[in-house]
Design a protein around this ligand. Structure first.
Ligand code: SF4
Length: 229
């Protein structure tokens, strides 16, 4: 998947004040708060409080056109008790065939990065912003992201990771700030609702541009230290 995508969201909706990073709402409350900017909690499957139920529903999803051209929904995989969640852009060809995220060349590079950071892949949970492969690995369209990010919101709500790593521009714009530029925000910790968030380059970007490797490793050293803390 490609990862550099200016104007991903086209005409960006103005987020309600309480949804905007870096303002935080961390008070104790029984009311569900949305985690992702621009997501409405009522659209994010509030009735699903169990990951198995969410996964079953997600696998049956046909809410956008991407489902008509992909082989299957790649909902996410890994340790559901993990304190760290990695979020990429969307499935590619290999992921679409296998039904698992990050199993192609970019996934193999991610495995090596995680190994170097002493974070075993079986310990992490990995998913994407969109769960179905866009045809020809094109960028997901804003309307596809808009509907699919509700699944990501629900995954975060149910799995409750302590750390979220945004791999690439799309994940950063979906999770941190719709106007985020990956080159400007990578390597910095953000915090929302007690969850620490860091953006770094997508492994696919490293395959295209070697110069991203060093800063990505610097980011993963920080992620490793936070993970082991
Ligand atoms: S991309 Fe997301 S919203 Fe679209 S059909 Fe697949 S799971 Fe549903």
């Amino acid at each position: 998947m490609t990862t550099e995508q200016p104007n991903l969201f086209g005409d960006i909706e103005e987020a309600p004040r309480e949804n905007r990073w870096p303002d935080e709402k961390v008070e104790e409350t029984n009311t569900l708060l949305n985690f992702l900017p621009l997501v409405k909690i009522e659209d994010a499957y509030p009735e699903k409080d169990d990951y198995e139920k969410l996964w079953q529903a997600g696998r049956e999803c046909h809410k956008c056109r991407l489902r008509s051209t992909c082989q299957q929904v790649v909902f996410g995989a890994g340790n559901m008790q993990s304190k760290i969640m990695l979020v990429g852009e969307g499935p590619g060809k290999d992921e679409d065939i296998q039904g698992l995220p990050f199993v192609g060349r970019a996934g193999q590079l991610l495995d090596k990065i995680l190994q170097a950071a002493e974070i075993p892949r079986p310990e992490v949970f990995i998913t994407n912003v969109v769960k179905c492969r866009p045809p020809g690995n094109r960028l997901p369209n804003p309307d596809e992201v808009k509907v699919c990010r509700n699944w990501l919101e629900a995954q975060i709500r149910i799995l409750k990771p302590q750390i979220i790593v945004c791999l690439g521009a799309m994940a950063s714009q979906t999770i941190i700030d719709p106007k985020a530029a990956i080159s400007k925000i990578r390597g910095r910790w953000f915090s929302r609702q007690g969850i620490k968030i860091m953006a770094t380059f997508h492994p696919a970007a490293l395959l295209r541009n070697e110069s991203y490797k060093k800063p990505t490793w610097e980011d993963f050293k920080q992620i490793r230290d936070e993970y082991k803390r």
